[in-house]
Ligand binder design. Structure first.
Ligand code: CA
Length: 233
């Protein structure tokens, strides 16, 4: 699926039923998209705020917050990522409720995968109009829409996770970010959580963004976390 810009399309699938979630992810991945799963409303809120997602597929029936509430909270936090709501056919007034909550479109279960793809394509096209602009911290630049990063004029290739972590830093230049905050904001899946996963990704960011350029921009704040310096040393 092409959206007219470089880089993969990122989809957040919010669905608690493992089979359904796996089916959706596999289908999306076969189409060349990058898909992550959030199995609860709370996890959806933690991850969906990240602007790297191009579109969110949001099931209404979730174990904690329902999809409508998730959508309402996202919109109240000014998260404008397009949302495609999945609703059961028996849900009364599902469409009105979903759109009232701030969803951009809805799909009744059961649906065909082709139809889901068609709706996603339409939402991604629409969503790409009001993209955030390029972030800049020192001579680091990050384009959230195109998933591209530069140090000065040199483009640096990052993995999806390195990109999400750098994006989290670049939204908060000069601030000390704890490992906990980085996990909450920059992680797409709970699975990979471990005591040193943040340190591992900070190290790989340094290898790509600092070392080749002979600068230090990601600083360790002992016992607390890490800070992206507004001007590299
Ligand atoms: Ca569900």
């Amino acid at each position: 699926m092409s959206t007219g810009h470089a880089g993969a399309v990122h989809v957040l699938v919010v669905e608690d039923e493992p089979k359904m979630a796996a089916l959706l992810c596999r289908g999306l991945q076969e189409e060349g998209l990058v898909a992550d799963v959030a199995p609860t409303g709370e996890q959806a809120l933690a991850h969906a705020a990240h602007p790297a997602y191009d579109v969110i597929v949001l099931d209404v029936m979730l174990p904690d917050l329902d999809g409508l509430e998730v959508c309402r909270r996202l919109r109240s936090r000014s998260v404008r990522t397009p949302v495609l709501m999945l609703t059961a056919r028996q849900t009364v007034h599902a469409r009105v409720a979903g759109l009232d909550a701030g969803a951009d479109d809805y799909l009744l279960k059961p649906f065909s995968f082709e139809e889901l793809l068609a709706r996603l394509r339409a939402l991604i096209r629409r969503g790409s109009i009001e993209r955030p602009t390029v972030l800049q911290v020192g001579d680091l630049r990050l384009d959230p829409a195109k998933h591209r990063v530069w140090r000065g004029e040199a483009e640096v290739s990052l993995t999806a996770k390195e990109f999400m972590m750098l994006h989290t830093f670049m939204l908060r230049p000069g601030q000390v970010l704890t490992r906990e905050l980085l996990l909450d904001h920059a992680w797409d899946l709970a699975y990979e959580r471990g005591s040193n996963v943040v340190d591992v990704y900070v190290r790989s960011l340094r290898e790509k963004l600092d070392r080749p350029f002979g600068v230090t921009s990601l600083e360790t704040v002992r016992g607390v976390g890490y800070r992206l310096l507004s001007e590299p040393k």
